[in-house]
Ligand binder design. Sequence first.
Ligand SMILES: NC(=O)C1=CN([C@@H]2O[C@H](COP(=O)(O)OP(=O)(O)OC[C@H]3O[C@@H](n4cnc5c(N)ncnc54)[C@H](O)[C@@H]3O)[C@@H](O)[C@H]2O)C=CC1
Ligand SMILES: O=C(O)[C@@H]1CCC=N1
Length: 266
Amino acid sequence: MADKKIAIIGGGNLGSAIAEGLLKSGFSKPGSITVTKRNTATLAALRDKGVHIESDNAKAISEADVVVVALKPYNVKEVLSELRASFDAKKQILISVVTGVLLDDLEKITLPGLPIFRAMPNTAIAIQESITCICGRNMTDEQTSFVKEMFDQLGVTVSIDEKLMDAATVLGACGIAYALRFIRANIQGGIEIGFDAATANLIAAQTVKGAAELLIKGNRHPEAEIDKVTTPKGCTIAGLNEMEHQGFSSSLIKGITASYDKIVKG
Ligand SMILES: NC(=O)C1=CN([C@@H]2O[C@H](COP(=O)(O)OP(=O)(O)OC[C@H]3O[C@@H](n4cnc5c(N)ncnc54)[C@H](O)[C@@H]3O)[C@@H](O)[C@H]2O)C=CC1
Ligand SMILES: O=C(O)[C@@H]1CCC=N1
């Protein structure tokens, strides 16, 4: 299974990160991956690792068992509809990581009956720490297992209904940026109370990692863990309440719904 030939169409941020993750996990051999881009100069690091780098999408697709589309939403239709003849509905799987392009649209611009998955990972896929939400159509159970196994190498995979794919994009993919901005604000605060930037960065990032692991490994609710930190009349509750007075949770919720509206309403 792991030796399937994988063509990644669109070697940008996410396409390259997927290739890096597949290599690091050992799921794919370098020679089993092809990454395409119009200007291939920026893919030299992958080429140096033995990945095929290609500007000819038709060639990459026709030689692949699995085609991962990582193009921008606005050029998917134009690029894929010209490549229709390169697909084989009997032999191939198409996986799209493109935001907002429906399974229905993908089938219309490729081939009727082509097994198609939508996957929504995030950029932590490059270090095998993504959360990836998947859904699909026209697929066999074996193909679903393959796609799940592939993304399981790259983090944690959840199967969802397609109607939740936009919500998955916001919480999982945009969520990386929200979390990093939270860490950056902690660093700025940490410098103001005495740390140098590098030490503040390490403390803030490791603290967020520890907090996340308490939930993931301990299967706990955040508030139960917060209760353990908030000493009565202590400094944590004083800081937390001031953050809430300033609209901390509210600003995050509003940001999440603004991102969602941008996908849904444009
Ligand atoms: N960046 C992220 O965190 C996430 C992005 N996505 C989705 O993944 C998709 C890709 O996003 P990014 O990697 O951030 O964008 P990107 O702009 O970095 O990558 C797209 C790549 O496609 C290439 N490209 C354009 N036309 C091409 C063609 N005809 N043939 C081959 N390659 C071509 C571009 O040169 C570019 O490198 C988008 O649809 C985005 O919505 C999904 C989850 C997370
Ligand atoms: O900002 C965006 O539109 C894309 C989708 C998810 C992450 N980046």
